[in-house]
Design a protein around this ligand. Structure first.
Ligand code: XIL
Length: 364
């Protein structure tokens, strides 16, 4: 009896924890309603997380208090789950257990990417380059193994990430996948294998800066190619690594409209708003450190407000909006320039909800 009581209590704790709300420490009171709940009639709201974050109660609380969907920030990537010639899913599984316990939806990120793959992915045993048939086989094996492993938890996969080129006049990135295949048909193979591995899975293409006019034209070309190859594509993931100024709302809207016209869904998969403007005329010229003070945070809040106005306008086409991290302290953008701190997310270093949080949670 006592045992039963204890387990019921535990189950209850889990159940209620999902609805425990984040704390706005400035106002020293709980944020009245979670973002995921607020937006439940519009689209899912998620965040990228690392398994180590689950060891810290305050991060678990922030997650559970605000988000209903999760992406592994890096622990599902090929180079992370396949090391020293074997698969090890333990870190990702920690995230999956958390998701299962609290009824959080999970986005799979990512199966084929030119970064973070096994060190010897493109090599044979003698250290020479493998050919197309071998790469095809390795991709097939990886996609089947990974999708099977996460079956039942992940509900949509970023099958291919960042295959479109940033170079002028070049549609597809000349990654090693491209070079070994001799063309972009590795993308088609990746999607076909994913479809074979799970006939019902939502399969997505994910990329950054698609709002840039050159890249948008390439996206159009990419979609044409996918259709011509009869690839079953659910939609396009816009990473959403934005700055205070770039891209303009009009540019994002134009990109959304193109995807909608093509009959595809949209997701904003890696949203953050850096306070730095490091690219002048497309050249990387990092700005010196700024204080994330009240005027800057107000500007950022306004930017987030406008972004979410746009997202709500397109709610019928947007499946999810996922933030790339939980608090400013652990944002990947802190690594862009050594020693420089950014503050691109909704919660500050100590987990306090920032003005941006309030800006997107107050709407009619
Ligand atoms: C980044 C993660 O945030 C880092 O922790 C990791 O070391 C490198 O990758 N586009 C993507 C993401 O699709 O997977 C990247 O994530 C950020 C850019």
């Amino acid at each position: 009896m006592r045992l039963l009581g204890a387990s019921l209590l535990l189950a209850g704790a889990n159940f209620f924890a999902h609805f425990a709300h984040a704390v706005d420490m400035e106002q020293k009171k709980p944020i009245p309603i979670s973002l995921a709940e607020l937006y439940q009639d519009q689209f899912d709201i998620g965040a990228a997380i690392k398994s180590e974050h689950l060891d810290e109660t305050f991060r678990r609380q922030i997650f559970l208090g605000s988000f209903g969907r999760l992406t592994a920030e890096y622990e599902m990537k090929w180079g992370q789950i396949f090391k020293e010639n074997r698969y090890d899913f333990s870190a990702a599984d920690k995230l999956m257990d958390f998701a299962r316990d609290y009824g959080i939806k999970v986005t799979g990120h990512t199966l084929v990417w030119h970064i973070d793959h096994p060190v010897r992915l493109f090599e044979n045993a003698k250290g020479g380059k493998i050919g197309k048939a071998e790469l095809r086989q390795r991709m097939r094996q990886h996609i089947f193994t990974t999708m099977n492993h996460f079956q039942g938890v992940v509900d949509n996969w970023d099958v291919v990430n960042e295959a479109i080129s940033d170079k002028e006049g070049e549609v597809y990135r000349r990654s090693e996948f491209y070079q070994i295949y001799g063309d972009q048909s590795y993308i088609v193979d990746a999607f076909r294998f994913a479809r074979q591995a799970d006939p019902n899975m939502e399969l997505w293409y994910n990329d950054y800066m698609l709002e840039h006019s050159d890249k948008l034209e390439k996206l159009q070309e990419f979609i044409r190619y996918m259709k011509q190859q009869r690839v079953d594509l659910a939609g396009i993931g816009f990473q959403g690594h934005y700055s205070l100024e770039w891209p303009t709302i009009d540019m994002i809207e134009k990109a959304f409209q193109l995807v909608i016209k093509e009959g595809l869904k949209i997701k904003v998969s890696e949203l953050d708003v850096t306070v730095y403007n490091d690219y002048l005329d497309g050249v990387f010229q990092p700005e010196p450190e700024k204080a994330c003070d009240a005027p800057l945070l107000a500007k950022q809040a306004q930017r987030y407000r406008e972004l979410f106005e746009l997202f709500r306008k397109y709610k019928d086409h947007i499946a999810h909006v996922t933030f790339w991290g939980l608090t400013d302290e652990t944002s990947w953008l802190n690594g862009v320039v050594k020693g420089r701190e950014d503050c691109p997310l909704l919660f500050d270093k100590s987990g306090r909800a920032k003005p941006a949080y309030h800006a997107i949670s107050q709407f009619k």
